[in-house]
Design a protein around this ligand. Sequence first.
Ligand code: UDX
Length: 495
Amino acid sequence: MDPIQQQIKDSKLPLEPHALIFPIPFQGPVNGALKLAELLCLSGIHVTFLNTDHIQRPLIRHTDVLSRFSRYPNFKFETIPDGLDHENPVSGDRFQEVMDAIDAVTKPLFREMMVSGRFSRRSQRPVTVMIPDGVFSFAVEVAIETSTPVISFETISPCCLWTSYFNLAPLIEAGCIPFTGNDLDEHVENVPGTEKVLRKRDLAVFCRLNDISDPEIQRTLEEARTIPRAQGLILNTFEELDNLILPHMRRLCPNIYTIGPLHSLHKSLLKPKPTQKSPETSSSNSVWKEDRTCLLWLDTQAPKTVIFISIGSMVTLTLEQLLEIWHGVVNSGKPFLWVRRPGSITGGYDESQVPSELLVRTKEMGCIVDWAPQEDVLAHSAVGGFFTHSGWNSTVESIVEGVPMICWPCYVDQQVNSRFVGEVWKAGIDMKDSCDRFIIENAVNDIMDVNRDVFTRATNKWANLAKESIGETGSSSINFARLIDDIRIMSSTMK
Ligand code: UDX
């Protein structure tokens, strides 16, 4: 217990619930964590949101988060150094660099701040519960060291957490990883709940590494060992969506709060009552500037005709991959809205290498932006399909809007997500490990024309279940209420 916690304990004053939310510094996790923070504030919990310097800079530059959160007197931003001096958010190919910098700089500072009570002194109230990203194993260790309750917030998908994180050690012990032989289509039989679903190629991509001493594998093993030591685990999913794996996961982590789709729960709880004026600010948490003009372009398109292309905040493309996707989409004849995030093309974008017919056709049928208001785009009636990297937030956002997906996964949880989209939820096509213009053209035509009805039936079903889950008596609403109750109970039992 830190000195401030001790002081208050001795004074017998009641401890007010105060959550410390600490996300990993990437767009998707920070976005989700801010939504969770706002919901906790609305429920009367004090929140300190700890961002690393590197992500806080662009977040403040491109959004109104500071003024938006100033509505909540019980909310406070804090930052912590991370040793990264990049002005802009970095791509996923520098994930290891970010994690190394956090290990070297942030981790010791964080421990010192919490153990010495400096953090509680600064925020004038003790932290009564920590909610770190699941990847921050060190934060769970510090929570245990300071006797602070801790609830992990896992922003990757539950299907990946289960198959490739919690089952990584058993798969290594069973001799399945490192893979022997070259057949990535071989089924993985020993992950409970997914025996009929999973092939080797559908595990997280680090499972393809030959060396289990690789830092990525070691970090994952540590994360899988640490999360069950927390008092709870928050997941951005809803019960029906992940009912194949949640019962198995609960044997390891009995206290799981499925509160997703988090962005929908957030929207519904923030919805102004009929007597209230709607807030004038946007709710963007984007670390790139959103170009909202693409919504006007979408307004000019017929319903369900547009394919939306976005590879999230971390994935990069080679010029060759860019051209394959471009040819495939143009050849499908469908209008397209494409997010080309600055810095997302390895080696830079050189228009002189793009065949002129692509540029001409794009002027006729395409709209390209640096960064889009993705949730609004997916909710737009003109959008009929989503070419996605299968990041977990994008997947959930697409499921909520009932938009079928073409999945082109790259790393983290994306290989598993795309398999679940294609095979379990039947909400799209998984084209992992290929990037070919003919496959892409066929996939676009398949989801938007040939098998549109089949996909629509499945995606409508999930969209309805997602909406039910955040309804008054839905599982995610109930779990969120339980989370708030538990935070209060945990805070009071710290006395
Ligand atoms: C990363 C990993 O890639 C992903 O696999 C993991 O599940 C979470 O961390 P990211 O690449 O950012 O996430 O993908 P994703 O999880 O899909 O999140 C992207 C977020 O950015 C979404 O919330 C999406 O709405 C938003 N976005 C994306 C925009 O607001 N505008 C855009 O133009 C593109």
